[in-house]
Design a protein around this ligand. Structure first.
Ligand SMILES: Cc1cc2nc3c(=O)[nH]c(=O)nc-3n(C[C@H](O)[C@H](O)[C@H](O)COP(=O)(O)OP(=O)(O)OC[C@H]3O[C@@H](n4cnc5c(N)ncnc54)[C@H](O)[C@@H]3O)c2cc1C
Ligand code: SF4
Length: 538
């Protein structure tokens, strides 16, 4: 097959905060040295921001560094945080706890990361960066064990992979250096980690799934700038996670529930936990007269410093959540993604084609980003001991030891944590009222997700039998519950064996199945460009 080839100095995969910060920094470096590097950013979403989902409270440190005059550049709404609340919930009551130091948000802003990425993309374009939304990178260009760019996905193949009348082959984007900024559990980033053994000297990466809704609530209930985090009910005591609720601008309320993917009970259902949490007496009144506007889900990294892979290989680097630069106790990865993007840009700017930029590792080691992640490294692993022991340890580690404990706690892989269904208690989740709590399919509708049903299924099974012989038989089909979009359904025809039906068009690209499947049998691959959610303001 002949395909078009385009050549750039730098190709950046992913228009999130990491990729766009890298693009802007590269353009700035070019301008400072009277050079005009060809910089290209590709994004799998239909538009920049369409696949972006975050909380989000922005710590503006990296933004100040990247664009010191950002306030004069007509940025999207950003509501200064006016108060932090940290509550422990029981089924009927809430107890206010002291806000942990890392979760204090004085000087931070409540934003929609999707809107901010659109704005960052505009800033980059004004500096000469080419941004192509609707183009997923699906293959690496690898020659002599060096990465020389990526190939974008083909359009117009049928279910069996055969070209149809509207077939268009993907484009080869060749680059001196390629920066991978695909976010959490990036498809090509994971391939690179395997190919170049980038994870050889680190712990396994660990994750959580965050499910979010955006609501509009009446003015009387809306307190712009208020940030609430809760732990406790309805999360089982042995499972890590909790909620966030942010009063943003324009009567918007961003709320969500984060569940650590190291949970052990295969009956657990993160979506239903979120719905149940909304019925708490301290939350439900906020929503009672409100309107739900949007729904979505996305995984986030939780492994921290000890789970960071080597982020360099011949011809490119990994940045942002593709590598795992997220500060878990802060529940913040935007400023760290931006910071890693900035450092990556500064490291690759002068590099030769195919060169391994080890200078990136040196810059990271000497950075505030590294110091921040070092101080935070033991908090999340300690949560494996349960909520209260974890909180007590966190207080000691943070306040007494100041993050300098002479030990580093270990992470283990999430997919290996499930107990057998027959040995696990089956939780009861209440039915939905259609006012505060909703069924899964009406939620997925609000994600605006779309995939052409005629394209090849982008969720691949390495072994077609495993879902029934292992997942269903031993774990009661956990993918039916952890997938926040109802993609996986076990069908039981009368007098026939059950089988797994994959409703791929519903997928919101959260990556939970790629992470949590107990035998690592499910592989998420990028579908045709522009497929997936169409988030507005997430
Ligand atoms: C529920 C939730 C709440 C959060 N709350 C906060 C918060 O309050 N504050 C905070 O600082 N952080 C928060 N985070 C974390 C923060 O959102 C991430 O750390 C941050 O977005 C990571 O930035 P990134 O650029 O690395 O990746 P992403 O933001 O994930 O961006 C990656 C981009 O790359 C695109 N992409 C992926 N693969 C390809 C491909 N192969 N080809 C082309 N494009 C591709 C994606 O579509 C996406 O647009 C939260 C995360 C979640 C899930
Ligand atoms: S199929 Fe996988 S990636 Fe898609 S929404 Fe479900 S769990 Fe997330």
């Amino acid at each position: 097959m002949t395909r078009e080839t385009m050549t750039f100095d730098f190709v950046i995969v992913g228009a999130g905060p990491a990729g766009l910060s890298a693009a802007i920094r590269l353009a700035q470096l070019g301008r400072a040295r009277n050079k005009t590097p060809d910089i290209c950013v590709i994004e799998k979403g239909e538009t920049v921001g369409a696949h972006i989902l975050s909380g989000a409270v922005l710590e503006p440190t990296a933004l100040e560094q990247l664009l010191p005059d950002w306030r004069e550049r007509q940025p999207p709404p950003h509501t200064p945080v006016t108060q932090d609340r940290f509550h422990f919930l029981t089924p009927k009551h809430h107890l206010r706890l002291p806000t942990p130091p890392q979760m204090k948000n004085h000087g931070n802003y409540i934003i929609s990361l999707g809107l901010w990425c659109r704005w960052l993309a505009e800033q980059a374009e004004q500096m000469g960066v080419s941004i192509f939304p609707g183009f997923p990178a699906t293959e690496l260009i690898c020659e002599n064990n060096r990465i020389l760019g990526v190939i974008t996905g083909d359009q117009g193949r049928d279910k069996t992979g055969e070209p149809t009348a509207r077939f268009q082959p993907g484009i080869a984007l060749r680059a001196r250096q390629t920066l991978f900024a695909e976010g959490c559990r990036g498809f090509l980033s994971e391939q690179l980690m395997r190919q170049f053994r980038l994870r050889e000297n680190c712990d396994p990466q660990t994750y959580a799934i965050g499910i979010k809704e955006l609501w509009e609530i009446p003015p009387g209930m809306h307190k712009p700038g208020t940030v609430l985090h809760t732990v406790g009910w309805p999360m089982p005591h042995n499972t890590y996670g909790g909620s966030f609720l942010y009063h943003a601008d324009n009567q918007r309320l961003a709320l969500g529930f984060v569940t650590g993917l190291d949970y052990s009970n295969p009956w657990l259902n993160p979506y239903e936990l979120f719905q149940q949490w909304k019925t708490h007496p301290s939350i439900a009144p906020l929503l009672a007269s409100g309107k739900r506007l949007c729904y979505g889900a996305r995984c986030l990294n939780e492994g921290g410093l000890q789970s960071l892979p080597r982020p360099v290989f011949p011809g490119g680097v990994l940045t942002g959540c593709a590598a795992g630069f997220l500060n878990v106790p802060k529940i913040k990865g935007i400023h760290t993604a931006m910071q890693s993007g900035i450092l990556a840009a500064e490291s690759v700017f002068e590099a030769q084609s195919g060169e391994t930029c080890t200078v990136f590792m040196k810059k990271l080691q000497d950075s505030e980003l590294h110091r921040e992640l070092y101080r935070a490294r033991n908090i999340r692993p300690a949560m494996k001991w349960g909520l209260w022991p974890g909180l007590v340890y966190s207080a000691i580690d943070t306040v007494l030891l100041r993050g300098q404990a002479p030990w580093t706690l270990k992470n283990t892989a999430d997919y290996a944590s499930l107990n057998k269904a027959s040995l696990s208690p089956k939780p009861h989740y209440p039915s939905h009222d259609g006012r505060i709590t909703y069924d899964l399919m009406s939620s997925v509708w609000l994600a605006g997700t779309r995939h052409d049903e005629k394209q090849p299924v982008h969720l691949k099974l390495k072994n077609e039998n495993v879902p029934v012989t292992v997942n269903l038989a031993e774990y009661a089909g956990p993918e039916q519950r952890y997938c926040p979009a109802g993609v996986y359904e076990f069908i039981r025809p009368e007098n026939e064996s059950p089988y797994l039906q994959i409703n791929a068009p519903n997928c919101v690209h959260c990556k939970a199945c790629d992470i949590k499947d107990p035998t690592q049998n499910i592989v998420w691959t990028p579908p045709e460009g522009g497929s997936g959610p169409r988030y507005e303001g997430m």
